[in-house]
Design a protein around this ligand. Sequence first.
Ligand SMILES: O=C(O)[C@H](O)[C@@H](O)[C@H](O)[C@H](O)COP(=O)(O)O
Length: 259
Amino acid sequence: MAPVKRRVFKTKNEIAVELAKYIADLSSKFCKERGVFTVVLSGGDLISWLWKLLGAPYIDSVEWSKWHIFWVDERVCAWDHADSNYKLAYDGFLSKVPIPAENIYAIDNGLGAEGNAELAAERYEECLKQKVNQNIIRTYKSSGFPQFDLQLLGMGPDGHMASLFPGHDQINEKVKWVTWITDSPKPPPKRITFTLPVINCASYNVMAVCDQEQADSVAAALNHTKNLPAGRLTADVEVVWFLDHAAASKLPNGWCSIL
Ligand SMILES: O=C(O)[C@H](O)[C@@H](O)[C@H](O)[C@H](O)COP(=O)(O)O
């Protein structure tokens, strides 16, 4: 099992600083080794913690042209809808860095606008398969599942990650790469999401969580509580939890970082 590390910081600002370093180091490693860097984004607060990458030194030193961007989950709506994770990422991050537009793989806009969750999930899985065939995404050992270089995840206060919610069946999917939900407890109800095997095949998984309302779930997830989706998070190389003091406050060792 990959090591699960945790890095605890006083403020969200410090998280942004360290997250930028972590991401930039992995970017240079994968760009050197593979010539591409596959990055998976989520929605929620995460995007607001990527701002450090938008300035010096990273804006000039990161090989942005080699990045390929995917979403671990997406709300089923058009790209310009206020609920869209694509829009959130575009407005707050993607529009400010020189990643080629053709390297950004969003949900199918038409199916999103129609609200067709099932077909949107199938179409997104086809898109991933195409990128595997083009050697942009690797596959994980003999399993055939896609293996992303880095996933940037968040967790809700109920312990959900991506759009895998406690007590919902999607967490048990073992074959599909992308599935869908039409009764998400977190609005909006229609979403598509990577499945657990895909999430856990990633080389590096970052889970970034802040604030007091997440503290119980952080403690439960880091105790590997299996009925919490985030308690089942693993990775091929490592999982790193980036936490602020409030989110880490219910952990047995409190604010200690464990590396
Ligand atoms: O589409 C979504 O809603 C997100 O991708 C979701 O899975 C998010 O990552 C968590 O809910 C954490 O959200 P916060 O960071 O806002 O707590």
